[in-house]
Design a protein around this ligand. Sequence first.
Ligand code: MN3
Length: 235
Amino acid sequence: MAQSPLPRWFTKPLLGAVAAVLLLLGGALPAAAEFALPPLPYAAEALEPVIDATTMTIHHDRHHGAYVANLNAQIAANPKLATLSLEALQGQIAGFPVAVRNNGGGHWNHSQFWAAMAPVGQGGAPSAELLAAIEANFGSLEAMQKQFNQAAAGRFGSGWAWLIEKPNGSLAITSTANQDNPLMNLPEIERGTPLLGLDVWEHAYYLKYQNRRPDYIAAWWELVNWDEVNRRFAA
Ligand code: MN3
């Protein structure tokens, strides 16, 4: 029997140490395919007085953070998740369990939500192209906002209101329940590219507005980041 050049009392602990280091690295470093919580693009207090800092912190860190963690927890049972971008996942959501629909939708919806807001006075204005499309489809910007507000206020329970660009190029207002969105390939969804989406879950506004959802919706227009909406419309 060949003798190891190193005594067993040395090689066994050495291999054990190497294995322990690899395990530590593997546990500490997230897999490349995991979904990540994007930081807020502004300070938590930047949207005051329309949305208070406490609501923003809890909403982003805990609610959105939980959607990301719960989505990542689904990767082991649904390995195809690791091969899809967050946006591509929305269009294939019908092929996944409801936990992926809820948490994958929650992650996408909130990611677009933070990006579509800016501090009061810093959101710019609709581009000439977007304004022309809004006027062609709704008559005026105010008429579009009125229809959007009705969809947001009328969503029973929790969900979202959306301004979308439909596959035929027209603009429309729609609303989705829970964490669904207009990108999802589900029969009950009016599909289109979201240009603007508003979270009307109570966690988005209850600390400041309590049951006055219409007041939250009306004030939220002051935060709309039109530069981002213009970018989405042009894309
Ligand atoms: Mn929310």
